[in-house]
Ligand binder design. Structure first.
Ligand code: SDX
Length: 431
């Protein structure tokens, strides 16, 4: 770790403390406070972790000022245009772009793990048909921990590898099953002769009564959406997976914890909330009313799909998503999509308003994704499950990086305590 001789000096009650500074290959330097409590008897305080690096990682880097997102150094716009999701999975997992032979082997391993244990389908029967698909995903993905005991010994690198492939392969199957269950249609099994995105579309939209031809436009758009959501540094759900995994917990259960966190409307649930907001706005003439609400301190309403903890310029994924929305709707012959119209007008109005530009609030990955997904035929309730299946490779890659770190420690934050100090119990007759 010692990659710099620089130090930071902290003075507390007249006593000086020297804290090491680490120099990254990109991004801010970090002050190493691991010994601070032992040396100075104080904690640092950073709820929401706005200024805290939780780990040392080599996977993904975001430059919020430039609007840059790199996966192992490769920019997201190049990966979205030139690569495809399973190749990006390989890159995130192993650190380099695969050779043709490596890619073929990886895709074959994923393809051959797409089915789930047949008995798992009975788990779906326990849910009401109107259960949110994310509620089903949390439960069924967690249940994988009860079915694949031969890949849960995380001290065994081979079992870590098998668990990784299994989760990347099975999440689309589970997400599609959650969708089918919610609309009362029979489950559709995966097929090995289809690519990853085509397989998912077919599992969602095929029915026994009719053949289903995958539309290559939709398949390419679906694959690109998977790529745009694959990984994103230490976001809330990835941090959840890291913290859960730091205790040595079952990897499948830890991914279920990540799915639970992603569901929130401040995080991955924003894509559903955003489309519902755009539909509620309905027409461009109602945009000023919603902009005013978003700016009103007394109104909890926020523009969904806007703002980001890290991006203080544009979200590069939103730029690609916006281009893709135009292409897909055009190629599908969907003229004048009112929701897309409202989205574009809303973006224009917000970016002309100092409230948003001063606070550096720009469209994020969730602002346009729902428009494409809706055009593809998905209900809004499937937007976050699609985000979850896309992000599984990011959670797994970060999990693998953490679990294989010889310095792994269980995550156990401290606190700033303002509660009662020691006091004696009062018997009820004296209260
Ligand atoms: C994702 O972290 C990641 O990388 C996440 C993600 C990933 O790939 O994993 O990128 C995916 O989660 C994208 C974000 C999706 N969420 C939304 O679109 C929900 C709407 N946006 C927000 O609630 C908010 O912008 C967050 C949660 C995304 C970021 O919140 P922060 O960084 O904690 O910022 P904040 O809540 O402290 O807001 C700063 C100011 C506040 O005003 P002041 O108190 O300073 O006066 O900006 C305001 C906020 O009120 N603000 C908004 C706003 N977002 C922030 N005002 C109106 N509309 C918004 N959307």
């Amino acid at each position: 770790m010692a990659d710099s001789t620089k130090t930071a000096k902290l003075t507390i009650d007249g006593k000086d403390y020297e804290l090491p500074i680490h120099s990254p290959t990109a991004g801010p330097e970090v002050i190493d406070i691991r010994k601070l409590y032992a040396q100075a008897g104080v904690f640092t305080y950073d709820p929401g972790f706005t200024s805290t690096a939780s780990c040392d990682s080599t996977i993904t880097y975001i430059d919020g000022g430039k609007g840059e997102l790199l996966h192992r150094g490769y920019p997201i716009d190049q990966l979205a245009e030139k690569s495809h999701y399973l190749e990006v999975c390989y890159l995130l997992l192993y650190g380099e772009l695969p050779s043709p032979a490596q890619l073929e082997d990886f895709e074959s391993r994923v393809t051959n793990h797409t089915m789930i244990h047949e008995q798992m389908m009975y788990l779906f029967r326990g849910y009401r048909r109107d259960a949110h698909p994310m509620a089903i995903m949390v439960g069924v993905v967690g249940a994988l921990s009860a079915f694949y005991h031969d890949s849960t010994d995380i001290s065994d690198p081979w079992q870590r590898e098998v668990a990784s492939i299994r989760m990347i392969a099975k999440l689309p199957t589970i997400a599609a099953m959650a969708y089918k269950y919610s609309i009362g249609q029979p489950f559709v099994y995966p097929r090995n002769d289809l690519d990853y995105a085509s397989n998912f579309l077919r599992m969602c939209f095929a029915v026994p009564a009719a053949d289903y031809e995958v539309n290559p436009i939709l398949s390419r758009a679906m694959d690109r959406i998977f790529t745009l959501h694959a990984d994103h540094e230490q976001n809330a759900s990835t941090s959840t997976v890291r913290l859960a995994s730091s205790s040595g917990a079952n990897p499948f259960a830890c991914i279920a914890a990540g799915i639970a966190c992603l569901w929130g409307p401040a995080h991955g649930g924003a894509n559903q909330a955003c489309l519902e907001m755009l539909q509620e706005i309905g027409t461009p003439d109602r945009i000023p009313e919603f902009i005013a609400r978003a700016k009103d301190k007394d109104d909890p309403f926020r523009l969904m799909g806007f703002g980001h903890r890290v991006y203080k310029n544009f979200d590069p994924r939103a730029k690609v998503m916006k281009q893709s929305a135009d292409e897909v709707l055009d190629l599908l012959g969907i003229e004048d999509n009112p929701t897309l119209q409202v989205a574009k007008e809303l973006e224009k109005a917000a970016l002309a308003d100092p409230y948003f530009t001063d606070k550096k609030l720009f469209p994020n990955v969730d602002f346009y994704s729902g428009i494409i997904l809706e055009a593809m035929g998905f209900p809004t309730s499937m937007f976050t499950p699609i985000f979850a299946l896309s992000r599984t490779v990011g959670w797994i890659s970060q999990w693998k990086e953490m679990i294989s770190d010889p310095q792994l420690k269980i995550g156990r934050p401290r606190q700033l305590y303002h509660g009662e100090t020691l006091r004696d119990y009062v018997d009820i007759e004296n209260r």
